[in-house]
Design a protein around this ligand. Structure first.
Ligand code: 3EB
Length: 336
């Protein structure tokens, strides 16, 4: 039987009842805090309006999970996989890990805390990370906040000896409307296989035009969990090589994203232990900068992915000011 690591849940699931003991954690899209999240269940709130689809996504382990809280991280793990969330307020005085602006320090602190937890609990391999930053494109202290975050993240990866190409996780980094810096992750006892996109320069090799420290993520990751193989596709934007293309055109950007996803799935299929991956089997989170672009972006994605794909659309800021859309995704294959 296929093991179901990921599910979109209806908002009503938070309304009570005993949670599935294998539940590792949740993500919740909405400007108001979710009510009734069961005690001890890590939940990442995305401070963003949900435009279309189910606002709750859940990650399940293969067996009953155990909860914990350490170094500011709330987590649950099943002996094979861990899901965790850390939120860090940008308070320069409280974050003495380094010098630099608040978001840089908050980013460094978040990652140092996660790496400490992973070492303590024996889940050395980061699989997938979701980063949400308020005011991502705003410039403070002479540098765009996304670029500040990249410095802090880079310093933490470097200090942990994790700037090794094979151990860089899949990720997303988006701007939301409020709240603290929020970082959620899936980590495993076993490593993933990192995938890069032949149409795009690896993000960790971006030139300095995009900031003093390049972003630390791989384009996708393949991981084994129970009897299945999971593909995690990082936030994918209208970038070819290292350049943003089709500025101002949400439909052309969406088409470019689909071409990027297609190339990435071909690459993942080559590295997979199972059958090939196809666009039509993806579950995806779609970030739209301007809510009025929802209809054209949705029409384009429905055409490319088909009506069966499970998609949720939300309003968020992409990390480059000229990008209007970003898509992240996952898929699962049963291995025989
Ligand atoms: C890009 O390709 C678009 O900083 O963790 C996508 C996925 C993006 C992850 C990150 C950024 C990140 O550069 C932005």
């Amino acid at each position: 039987m296929q093991h179901d690591l990921h599910r979109f849940l209806s908002g009503a699931v938070l309304a009570g009842g005993q949670p599935d003991p294998a539940l590792l954690g949740l993500s919740w899209i909405g400007l108001v805090e979710p009510t009734c999240v069961p005690q001890g269940l890590p939940c990442q709130q995305l401070h963003a309006p949900c435009l279309l689809g189910e606002p709750v996504e859940a990650w399940f382990g293969a067996r009953p999970a155990e909860a914990g809280a350490l170094h500011g991280v709330r987590y649950r793990h099943d002996g094979e996989l861990m899901f965790g969330v850390i939120e860090v307020v940008e308070d320069v005085a409280a974050l003495d890990c380094s010098s630099g602006p608040g978001l840089q320090r908050a980013g460094q602190h978040a990652y140092e805390s996660v790496f400490r937890l992973l070492a303590d609990e024996g889940y050395p391999h980061l699989w997938r990370i979701w980063n949400y930053l308020p005011r991502i494109n705003e410039e403070t202290d002479g540098l765009e906040r996304y670029r500040q975050f990249n410095i802090g993240r880079h310093l933490a990866f470097e200090a942990a000896g994790r700037l090794v190409m094979d151990s860089i996780p899949a990720a997303s980094a988006l701007g939301v409307q409020g709240g603290p810096l929020s970082v959620a992750f899936l980590a495993g006892r076993a490593p993933t296989r990192s995938i890069e996109n032949p149409r795009q320069l690896s993000a960790f090799r971006y030139p300095a035009d995009y900031g003093p420290c390049s972003p630390t993520f791989s384009r996708a990751a393949l991981g084994r969990h129970a009897d299945s193989e999971w593909l995690f596709v990082s936030g994918t934007a209208s970038i070819v090589g290292h350049q943003s293309v089709h500025p101002g055109d949400p439909v052309a950007q969406t088409r470019e994203i689909v071409t990027n996803l297609d190339a990435l799935l071909a690459e993942a299929s080559r590295c997979s232990a199972g059958p090939a991956y196809h666009l039509s089997e993806l579950g995806a989170r779609v970030y739209v900068r301007h809510p009025e672009h929802l209809a054209p972006v949705q029409a384009e994605l429905t055409r490319a992915l088909g009506a069966a794909a499970q998609l949720v659309y939300l309003q968020a800021d992409v990390c480059r000011a000229d990008l209007l859309v970003e898509v992240e995704a996952q898929a699962c294959h049963l291995l025989s």
